[in-house]
Design a protein around this ligand. Structure first.
Ligand code: SF4
Length: 189
């Protein structure tokens, strides 16, 4: 695809992503501005994440950080998507899960649309652990992902510093009590 076409198609994709259910904000970023940092992976493995090793789209089942850093640099740009909502009710955990699944769906659909628009290496990343299945077979220490077609790893599972990457895209946000923001990304090329 020619450079100008890439930008035109990317702009259409932003419109598509923005119209997905639950999506509050979208932005385009150059792939070289996606920040990959080993400390994010270290947090997965050594800062008490309850899902570490329990989901096939989480570490240690995903590529190592160096490998992913090289992969990102082969891409040209990425769409960043954010879903946000209030989690003040008693049912805050279920609401956070519902919003995470909305992001998953939006990332999945945007990746598929990107592929059919000519970005044949389109690759989607969600926010938080893949929760498409209530219980992932990884939790039992054996088996395989049962929804390979739709399962995607999160940005943070790949070692992406989500805050800095969002800042580079002009999408700054902060942790606010009673509010959740899930961020996902689709790499384009
Ligand atoms: S789709 Fe299901 S089996 Fe696959 S990683 Fe997600 S939760 Fe696990």
């Amino acid at each position: 695809m020619r450079l100008l076409e890439k930008f035109k198609e990317a702009e259409k994709l932003l419109g598509f992503a923005k119209n997905c259910e639950g999506v509050a904000r979208v932005e385009l970023i150059l792939a070289r501005d996606v920040v990959v940092d080993e400390r994010v992976r270290f947090q997965c493995s050594h800062s008490g994440c309850r899902e570490y090793g329990k989901r096939f789209m989480c570490p240690p089942y995903v590529p190592d950080v160096d490998e992913f850093r090289k992969l990102v640099l082969k891409y040209f740009m990425a769409v960043i998507l954010q879903v946000e909502g209030k989690t003040e009710s008693k049912d805050a955990e279920n609401e956070a899960k519902r919003l995470a699944l909305l992001l998953h769906e939006a990332v999945y659909k945007t990746e598929k649309r990107a592929f059919s628009s000519g970005f044949h290496f389109a690759a989607g990343f969600i926010g938080g652990p893949c929760i498409l299945c209530e219980r992932c077979p990884a939790a039992a220490g054996h088996g395989y992902c049962v929804q390979r077609e739709k399962a995607r790893p999160s940005m943070e599972a790949m070692g992406i510093d989500v805050f800095k990457t969002c800042k580079n895209a002009g999408l700054e946000f902060a942790f606010t009590p009673g509010k959740v923001v899930w961020t996902g990304m689709v790499l384009l090329d």
